[in-house]
Design a protein around this ligand. Structure first.
Ligand code: PLP
Length: 364
């Protein structure tokens, strides 16, 4: 079976096998990682290795802190403004789909304001506004983007510059939940990067935050302690009990990326091939289509519709029977979506493409 779920998503089989081997007795310590004290030397070694591997994979510069926190990416919709609006100002946002919209909604709910600096709504969220179209507010305190909109399959093809009308550069904040680790990244372009774990990192619940250390001084004082990047950084992400087992599994995924895949350049090449095969099939077809502008097509999430939606149910049933799981589109948009995260092997895409061509021949 191949799992195309958008999240929680497939994990690398070798990682799950390794976790299974170590489940009851972690490397001869006589207990499961799940049962270890987070303060024990064994666990601290696991946590530190995970962080070191991630730092190496993404070449995270020394002036950035890596936090392993909780509450899903959704909690960061609140944590970001709490941590960055301490000196006043307004959060500025790209509105490029459902997740960006939710971040805007949370900022408005908590702080009464959020400025939309650029929006793709007019294009039906099929094209990311170009850099020239960005209009920051005069009091912009940060610019938030969703690098890959998981539902719309819409991805940035550039890293925006965030310079206010008065010439002040503000931190760029990125929700990278569904494309982090899919390829190399220039972390130094960002003030804050965050990502829910359940696509390319590990089990749901865990959230990764990478924050530039000069931004630790911009927080409001009235926020919950657990939201605070400074407090998390100073406590090594252990203000309270962290999501120990998820952190360990994330570490196994980072090790897999480094050792088995050979790093993020290699991962990017595989992901590019996978996506190219699927988009080529869609573009050559009269039955399937994808509306996203070519330059903004996501390599991670490929939504597509059938020309006749009366065939949807049959498509999904037959796909399921062929071992191609979770191809149903998000409940808010319908249609189909194939998520091609890191752990989805190229053979999965080959099997999907074969199935789609066969289905079109029989039913198209
Ligand atoms: N941001 C993006 C881009 C997502 O794809 C998701 C979805 O899973 C979220 C945020 C929300 O993440 P969580 O469910 O971990 O809060």
């Amino acid at each position: 079976h191949f799992n195309f779920c958008a999240g929680p998503a497939a994990l690398p089989t070798v990682v799950l096998e390794r976790a299974q081997q170590e489940m009851l007795d972690y490397q001869g310590h006589g207990l499961s990682v799940m049962e270890m004290s987070h303060r024990s030397s064994e666990y601290v070694a696991i946590a530190e290795k995970a962080e070191a591997d991630l730092r190496s994979l993404l070449a995270v510069p020394d002036n950035y802190r890596i936090l392993f926190t909780q509450g899903g990416a959704t909690q960061q919709f609140a944590a970001v403004p709490y941590n960055l609006l301490g000196n006043g100002g307004t959060g500025n946002y790209f509105e490029t789909g459902i997740w960006g919209k939710k971040a805007i909604k949370e900022a408005r709910h908590l702080f009464g304001a959020a400025h939309v600096a650029a929006s793709s709504v007019d294009s039906g969220n099929t094209e990311i506004p170009r850099e020239e179209a960005i209009q920051l507010s005069e009091d912009a305190a940060f610019l938030h983007i969703t690098t890959n909109e998981t539902i719309g399959g819409l991805a940035f093809d550039y890293t925006p510059c965030a310079v206010r009308p008065d010439g002040v550069e503000i931190p760029l904040v990125a929700d990278m939940s569904s494309d982090i680790l899919s390829g190399p990244l220039d972390v130094s372009r960002y003030g804050v990067i965050y990502a829910g774990a359940q696509k390319n990192i590990g089990p749901a619940g865990l959230v990764l935050v990478i924050v530039r250390d000069d931004l630790l001084d911009r927080a409001r004082s009235d926020m919950p302690t657990l939201f605070s990047y400074r407090e998390l950084a100073e406590a090594g992400s252990m203000i309270n009990t962290p999501a120990t087992y998820s952190w360990y599994l994330a570490g196994l995924v980072f090790e897999w990326l480094r050792q088995d895949i050979g790093g993020l350049e290699a991962m990017a090449a595989i992901n590019a091939r996978k996506a190219a095969k699927l988009y080529a099939t869609i573009d050559a077809s009269k039955l399937f289509s994808n509306p996203v502008a070519e330059r903004n097509r996501s390599r991670m999430n490929v939504p597509f519709v059938l020309a006749d939606d009366r065939l949807d149910a049959d498509f999904l049933r037959e796909a399921d029977e062929a071992g191609l799981l979770n191809l149903k589109g998000h409940r808010s948009v319908g249609g189909m979506r194939a998520s091609l995260y890191n752990a989805v092997p190229e053979e999965a895409v080959d099997a999907l493409v074969t199935f789609m061509n066969d289905f079109e021949q029989r039913r198209g």
